[in-house]
Write a protein that binds this ligand. Sequence first.
Ligand code: UGA
Length: 477
Amino acid sequence: MRIAIIGTGYVGLVTGACFAQAGHRVTCVDVDQPKINLLNKGKMPIYEPGLSELITKGRQQKALDFSSDARAVAASTEAVFLAVGTPSSGQDGSADLTNLYEAIREIAPALQDGCLVVIKSTVPVGTGEEVQRLIESLRPELDFDVASNPEFLRAGCAIQDFKMPDRVVIGADSERALDALSGLYCAMGIEPTRVVATQRRAAELIKYAANGFLATKIAFINEIADLCEKVDARVGDVALGIGLDCRIGRQFLNAGPGFGGSCFPKDARALAKAGAEHGTPMRIIEAVLASNETRKRSIAAKIRAASGGDLQGKTIALLGLTFKAGTDDMREAPSIDLVQALVEHGAIVHAYDPVGIERAKPLLPECVRYHRTALDAASGAAAAVIVTEWDEFRHLDLARLKRRMAAPLLIDLKNMLSAEQVTGRGFKYCAIGNGTSPTRDHAFKVWSKPRATAYRTGDGTGRRPSISLNSKVVAAE
Ligand code: UGA
């Protein structure tokens, strides 16, 4: 199939590269000419693991190319995927659809009969109908379909998410559009049982509801983490204890400095706005947004308290700046508010990130000093703070770190290190939701063993242990 992808953000590029690999002829389009020039030179505008290799292969096989001429590309394609940004507009949080409608106006005159227009961008409910009406008004004679096919890729593992999705949601009001889209995905090896075929409006809402629900899980566990600190419990154990209930699920229960990125905050705001507009307030989402905002600010107070109650003139080293590991994306990263608050408290901020520094610079105060390594950033620091869960921080040389720092204080906002390991190296270790005695290990431990071994055999009772999933669960000590 000849496919056009409009928008070369991480959704557009990943979608284009994966369809090209699956044997389609794909052109990715963007109005940003310098970005297209970069892509045509084989360079990447974003950091996404594996994407550069996939794009190079697609270009070599002449299955993938890049253009800024949307109209010319639309004239020769059977399916046009719209993957343009829909940022928050103004103060009210609603989605700004300017890019989407501009793209439609640009391609409409060139669309061919029988073409399929697919909205991958995250858009408010009813946008599919608006797009349909707009194309009808511009091309009254055209035979076309508009489908909604929201994307659930995570930055940092986007290719894997695209190729092996939990589900593919297709919102189509015609059988022809549904058949074409489901055929496209099933031909890539995605099982038909993973395809959720629904109305366009439901598909549009699924995207917001999914991101809203995941954001809610995070905000919930972050508040539980705060309570853990007060009642001397460990949030990791609580997350495990509730997450093994498959009605709840283990994922997205990692406490941290608050959620960020280009999706959760924006989509939660848009969901709250949609609820307000329709007279059905999204009170849970509103609370999630408020909780997350408060959290981002309160983290600075936590660092101040751990550092002795005063940050004036103290050097604080931030390890990681991007909103999560595996990406250079800084949009709504918790580090932005954190740095601002630390600077307001009088701290001198030094920072290191393996890939995010260039994108961080325009968003952070000018006084921030950047370094090439975590050790360099931590030199002379009163505290080193892990803000992003980059894998390399798991392997920090703690002995060298301690020698370089002014005081051995490690604040782990991602709970990625072991308290025993860090305190054993002479550090004061401060994590999120770890109670007041972080070194005490009264945790429940899980290790993976085949299901059969999770049953109490040989005790004559044949009874199952109190908890039994795919793992064996025991109380350690
Ligand atoms: C999110 C969704 O997970 C994707 O399914 C969706 O396609 C995407 O938004 C989108 O709408 O385009 P993404 O923003 O890439 O993906 O990142 P996530 O991995 O979901 O993380 C979002 C934020 O939540 C990050 O700041 C992360 O650190 C935080 N988070 C995540 C936690 O604090 N705790 C967790 O347990 C999980």
